[in-house]
Write a protein that binds this ligand. Structure first.
Ligand code: MG
Ligand code: ZN
Length: 216
């Protein structure tokens, strides 16, 4: 197994040429036949558990690399690594999102020919990650219902730039008396064509549908 940690000083890079790096990441992934996904969502939306659930489901069929973005620690990468998945932890220091250059830098010594799927867990934040494309195939935005009913209305741009919406922690909807339908219709307001999946990463509900929705 391979589990590495890369620390990045982003001060210099903050508003660098993200677009060029995103294109080069996309080229690298394509060259190796890799399907790559950017998983975005607030702190506590359940990104790591969601990735763990996807890995559990697919590690028999695909060779997976997980890339975790956090300001500090490798807690999330270690959780995913405990499933036998290779990981790269990017510690961004003070940057509240990943950008394409960080991903390129973190992957430069990784032998991508070993992998078929790459899940990138972005820094927990529903705002600025959407402004930085990483060169992935699809952007998955997670909304944990524990975050309250207004995530979509308060973050329309993030929703607009998503390819797939996952409403997570659906197992808690009843106990929280959460209006899931209202949240889905908020998404539909922003983009009527966006695929929306109701998921419990904990029970596994909806994970098969997400796998299908990712084209895997
Ligand atoms: Mg996490
Ligand atoms: Zn940021």
């Amino acid at each position: 197994m391979s589990n590495k940690t890369v620390s990045i000083d982003v001060q210099k890079d903050l508003f660098g040429a993200n677009k060029g790096a995103a294109i080069s990441n996309a080229d690298e992934f394509k060259k190796h036949g890799i399907h790559a996904f950017d998983v975005m969502g607030s702190v506590g939306s359940g990104k790591t558990l969601f990735i763990e659930a996807l890995c559990e489901k697919m590690s028999g069929r695909y060779k997976i690399l997980m890339v975790a973005g956090d300001l500090a620690t490798r807690i999330d990468a270690d959780r995913v690594a405990s499933h036998g998945i290779d990981t790269v932890q990017i510690n961004t220091g003070n940057a509240c999102h990943l950008d394409a250059r960080m991903v390129r830098f973190a992957l430069k010594d990784v032998d991508l020919s070993k992998y078929e799927l790459v899940f990138i867990e972005n820094v927990g934040n529903l705002i600025c990650p959407a402004g930085y494309s990483l060169g992935v195939e699809k952007r998955i935005v997670l909304l944990g219902i524990t975050e309250g009913p207004y995530m979509v209305r308060k973050h329309p741009l993030t929703i607009k730039r998503a390819d797939i919406i996952v409403i997570n922690k659906i197992d808690l909807a009843e106990v929280l008396d959460f209006d899931v339908e209202a949240l889905v219709s908020d998404v539909r307001e922003v983009d009527s064509d966006l695929p929306v999946f109701l998921v419990s990463s904990k029970t596994g509900q909806g994970i098969d549908e997400v796998v299908h929705g990712l084209g895997l």
